[in-house]
Design a protein around this ligand. Structure first.
Ligand SMILES: NC(=O)c1ccc[n+]([C@@H]2O[C@H](COP(=O)([O-])OP(=O)(O)OC[C@H]3O[C@@H](n4cnc5c(N)ncnc54)[C@H](O)[C@@H]3O)[C@@H](O)[C@H]2O)c1
Length: 324
């Protein structure tokens, strides 16, 4: 079926990959990339604008009227991919309203714009942070008590609750994908990016936030997009949550070793700062139970450690890094 797609956060890291993938599908009738450019530039979306099916809208999701204007005339079969949000957990520590404005109010605004217009399906970028410090590892979707330990996690959980309510009240279909760490080219945040930046500034020393033993799930952005599109075709109507990632974990110290090796550096002194958490609100272990995802017949092809290495190579290539 030929569909129209609106991707909020469409100029960002995951968003621009999502848009690219949609445009590669001839069944895509139109794509609107909607982004306020608060955490990106038009750098990744501009080359895609040669495709007449794509338009870029520079606007905020909190502007419900503007978003509704873009969706006017769209049908129930058209889809909103809702990726726009704050992504900096540490900023949310200092500004306690940021994540609620961006995740909860922002999602409410997107849902209200959809309610005023046509689309009835929304695919949402949620996060492992909704689990807080999980009581069960690997963590299944049903693992309570859903006690986030960051404002970012609280905002994502609030957004999931709003999606669920709109499904019940207005017959929406909402799929909330709880991503692990998504990695790849175009990233401007996250541990691999940070290590490359730090080592680019100073090659003999690496400051590592936390004790280095935090271990989490890392998977490639193209696999994230593929997982969302495949699973959303199978999950069915109504509200569904799904862990999306690959099996296992990689530790922060292992990531440091990969980045140092890929940069061709030797003798780097690694200095750990802080305790078991990298920052207030950091969850030291993120490991998913992926039974529900695998039961849909989809699994990521690339393991965590390979995903980290591939991401490091892509980011270094973007920077034109030359090994010393
Ligand atoms: N990258 C990950 O590892 C990861 C993990 C879990 C969840 N997520 C979620 O995936 C989504 C995409 O994240 P990303 O990693 O691509 O980060 P990103 O910052 O590159 O993407 C978010 C985009 O949204 C835009 N944006 C922010 N606030 C906006 C607003 N109010 N109105 C319009 N646009 C706005 C930003 O400019 C940015 O382009 C986010 O919702 C994030 O919380 C990402």
């Amino acid at each position: 079926m030929r569909r129209r797609w609106c991707v909020t956060g469409g100029a960002g890291f995951i968003g621009s990959h999502f848009v690219e993938r949609l445009l590669a599908d001839e069944d895509t009738a139109e794509v609107v990339a909607y982004d306020n450019l608060s955490n990106t530039t038009t750098r990744w979306i501009e080359p895609l604008l040669t495709d007449p099916r794509l338009s870029f809208v520079h606007a905020d999701i909190l502007d419900t009227g503007r978003l509704a204007g873009e969706l006017t005339g769209w049908s129930a079969a058209d889809v909103v991919v809702h990726l726009a949000s704050s992504v900096d957990m540490r900023r949310g520590y200092h500004d306690r309203g940021l994540d609620l404005r961006q995740c909860a109010d922002g999602t409410l605004s997107v849902l209200n714009a959809m309610r005023e217009t046509g689309p009835r399906t929304v695919l949402f970028a949620s996060s492992s942070t909704v689990y807080g410090d999980p009581l069960v590892l690997p963590t299944p979707e049903s693992a309570g008590p859903y006690a986030p330990i960051s404002m970012y996690g609280a905002g994502k959980l609030a957004a999931e609750a709003l999606l669920s309510a709109f499904c019940h009240l207005d017959g929406f279909t909402a799929h909330a994908f709880r991503f692990g760490n998504v990695v790849g080219a175009r990233m401007n945040h996250g541990v691999i990016h940070d290590f490359i930046e730090k080592l680019g500034d100073r090659e003999d020393r690496l400051h590592i936030l936390g004790d280095g033993r935090q271990r989490k799930n890392y998977f490639l952005v193209e696999e994230c997009v593929d997982g969302i599109l495949t699973a959303s075709g199978l999950l069915g109507e109504g509200f569904h949550v799904l862990n999306l990632g690959n099996a296992g974990t990689v530790s922060v110290d292992e990531i440091a070793a990969v980045v140092i090796e890929e940069m061709g550096l030797t003798g780097v002194k690694q200095v750990h700062e802080g305790g078991t958490r990298g920052w207030p609100g950091d969850v030291p272990v993120v490991e998913y139970d992926l039974a529900r995802l695998h039961a849909l017949g989809w699994s990521a092809r690339t393991d965590c450690l390979s995903a980290v290495r591939i991401c490091a190579r892509r980011l270094l290539a973007e920077r034109g890094w030359r090994r010393p």
